[in-house]
Write a protein that binds this ligand. Structure first.
Ligand SMILES: Nc1ncnc2c1ncn2[C@@H]1O[C@H](COP(=O)(O)OP(=O)(O)OP(=O)(O)O)[C@@H](O)[C@H]1O
Length: 303
């Protein structure tokens, strides 16, 4: 079942393009990472899902219902975090959370908010005016989660959180997902997307480049060997590295060789020569992502 469905979703801000013809579906149970550089159109898309702005053309369906009017029954099912959150500075975190709980017909005691606050080391008794950026973010997250929604739509939820808190937050998302919560979030933390998400979409300049299952992201099965030979200098030709990878690179004493399958054969060839240092790793999502952008852009250029 599609929990989110975008049909040719388009938003123009005057002459500026926000997003253009975005077609994307999120299924029940997905943890879906929405990735793109600054200005790609992530917030614009999320703002349309949350009805904070309206499409120029195209449409959105949530839980199979078209989103063109206020639907209180849907609001109860959705937890959200938009990129910019503003509060009355004189209120305490707890007062704001009570207000949010009440808007869902709940008292704070009926919600998991105390447990979450403890996990995030969040002191809800302080006034918002004393909050750091990270604490404001935590408050926004608690507001989005407290009514135990079925779907979370989160815009850059981890920006402003320190690495430890990011980890706690992703851990919580994982637990919620195991209990059936569908999650759609935008982020720049690609390593976390790699660990957490089952599906990803790449967006740039308002256009969706690709939607993919995490295991099918092109290049995920490649391995990068970084090797420094004891003999100094560029050894790509002399040691036959170009036979393993015609695009092998050499920078500041290190050879970078990308291997697709047959790792043992590549290593057998490399270890014939004295080595000072070697490491083997998966390409990061970031590297794949950048390759992907470059490729699409050069494809576009050649048209
Ligand atoms: N209110 C607005 N008025 C005019 N242009 C806008 C407005 N909001 C967004 N845009 C433009 O729409 C495009 C998409 O912006 P958007 O904020 O959706 O990107 P983003 O992927 O969320 O970026 P970031 O990662 O920097 O938050 C950008 O070119 C941006 O300048």
């Amino acid at each position: 079942m599609n929990v989110i469905k975008m049909n040719n979703l388009t938003k123009y801000y005057g002459k500026n393009t926000g997003v253009e013809n975005v077609n994307l579906s999120v299924s029940k149970g997905d943890i879906f990472g929405f990735i793109g550089p600054n200005g790609a159109g992530k917030s614009t898309t999320i703002r349309m899902l949350l009805q904070l702005t309206y499409p120029t053309s195209g449409s959105v369906e949530l839980f199979g219902l078209p989103l063109h009017k206020e639907r209180p029954s849907l609001r109860r099912k959705i937890g959200s975090l938009s990129s910019e959150v503003h509060y009355y500075k004189e209120m305490t975190g707890k007062q704001i959370l009570q207000f949010t709980a009440k808007s869902h017909g709940l008292s704070l005691q009926e919600t998991p908010v105390y447990e979450y606050a403890e996990r995030f080391q969040f002191d809800m008794n302080k006034k918002v005016k004393s909050f750091s950026l990270g604490n404001r973010k935590k408050l926004g997250i608690l507001q989005g989660l407290l009514h135990e929604p079925e779907l979370l739509i989160l815009d850059e939820p981890t920006s402003g959180l320190d690495p430890l808190m990011q980890q706690s937050f992703f851990q919580l998302l994982n637990e919620l997902n195991h209990h059936g919560v569908t999650i759609f979030f935008s982020t720049h933390v690609l390593s976390e997307v790699e660990k957490l998400c089952n599906r990803v979409a790449f967006i740039k300049s308002g256009k969706l480049l690709e939607t993919s299952h995490m295991t099918e992201v092109k290049g995920m099965n490649e391995r990068v060997i970084e090797v420094t030979f004891t003999e100094p200098g560029d050894k790509r030709k002399k040691f036959g590295l170009a036979d393993i990878d015609p695009y092998a690179a050499f920078t500041q004493g290190v050879h970078y060789i990308t291997v697709r399958g047959r790792l043992h054969e590549a290593l057998q060839r490399i270890v014939q020569y004295p080595i000072t240092d070697i490491s083997i790793h998966k390409p990061t999502l970031e590297q794949l992502f950048m390759q992907h952008y470059d490729q699409k852009e050069s494809d576009g250029d050649s048209r």
